[in-house]
Design a protein around this ligand. Structure first.
Ligand code: NAP
Length: 297
């Protein structure tokens, strides 16, 4: 590991190490942000890959063994695994340790993890808003978080010093950090991330069914727009299953608004309302320009 005068943390435990956990490990190692990394995963095959890639000093199938003695524990498994993992690591956490996570929805993480965090241990939920459609420890890279937002959602009363230390780690990984309420996070992400994935999964599913029924040339002509949806719809099925099951209320609320707007566009097409269509498309084009201007394209 690259040496620095004073790493941000002595011992970090990554519980789960796929795209996000391995990107974090790579960045922490590259820049000497921590002294020791201990990793736990569900399968021996993943731990063997972690050793082959030299991502950690220690590997264990037992999450409690990885978390024992750690100053920082980062839960990096799918949302649905958090409750059981937190229950296992809870008794092993040392006083003063910080538990954080990278989950894509935040109310459910507080619901599942907070009850297992002992007194004297700090809990600072987090979500790096960065990713690709790839999974597993081999798919990570140290620049993943560069210029991307990381949202922290500490429950009321969380120790400010612990929040500051987690913020410093993400900033050292290249992220822009924002602190917000978990409820607000889940609503914002429902429209900016979760709904777009649901739409991609739907459109790719519909087109595939249609192609099977009619021998339509979906793959051949995919460059005409479909291709971008296939990339999003290639995202990890377990991760996305857990996101929809765990951010259900916010996703259903946004889906309700979306279907109303879709019906309005359907009506505009049916009645040949050219101005209405053009007006809507002009507004959305302006949004794309502001995303580019904000360097989030
Ligand atoms: P991933 O590549 O699929 O890796 C998941 C890791 O969790 C693997 O190490 C896996 O171990 C372990 N794991 C899976 N099920 C487990 C279980 N039941 N108990 C213990 N460990 C388990 O996942 P990822 O893409 O890094 O996503 C991890 C988290 O980051 C998710 O909560 C997701 O919401 C969040 N996130 C993802 C993205 C993204 O774009 N991918 C972006 C932001 C946040 P094995 O390999 O041994 O099975």
């Amino acid at each position: 590991m690259a040496a620095t005068a004073s790493p941000l943390f002595e011992r970090v435990a990554l519980i789960g190490i796929g795209l996000i956990g391995s990107s974090l490990a790579r960045r922490m190692r590259r820049d000497g942000l921590v002294r020791t990394i201990a990793v736990s995963a569900r399968t021996e095959a993943t731990l063997a890959k972690v050793r082959e890639l030299a991502l950690a000093e220690e590997t264990s199938l037992d999450p409690a063994a990885a978390a024992a003695g750690a100053d920082l524990v980062v839960l990096c498994a799918p949302l649905g695994a958090n409750a059981a993992l937190a229950e296992k690591i809870g008794p092993a956490l040392k006083p003063g340790a910080i538990v954080t996570d990278v989950g894509s929805a935040k109310r459910c993480v507080i619901r599942d993890v907070a009850p297992h965090v002992p007194a004297g241990v700090h809990f600072v939920p987090g979500h790096p808003v960065a990713g690709t459609e790839h999974s597993g420890p081999e798919s990570g890279f140290p620049e993943l978080f560069e210029g991307r937002w990381c949202i922290l959602t500490p429950p009321a009363g969380t120790d400010e010093g612990a929040v500051a230390r987690v913020r410093t780690l993400w900033e050292a990984c290249g992220s822009l950090v924002e602190v917000m309420d978990a409820n607000h996070h889940d609503h914002v992400l429902a429209i900016t991330s979760h709904l777009p994935h649901l739409i991609a999964y739907t459109i790719v599913g519909t087109a595939t069914d249609l192609a099977q029924q009619t021998q339509a040339e979906v793959i051949k002509f995919s460059a005409s727009g479909f291709r971008d949806f296939t990339r999003i719809a290639a995202s990890d099925p377990i991760m996305w299953r857990d996101i929809f099951l765990n951010n259900r209320d916010a996703v259903l609320e946004m889906l309700g608004r979306f279907t109303e707007d879709l019906t309005a566009l359907q009506r505009a097409i049916r009645w040949g309302e050219a101005d209405r269509l053009e007006d809507r498309f002009r507004k959305t084009r302006a949004i794309r320009r502001s995303v580019i201007a904000a360097k989030q394209a």
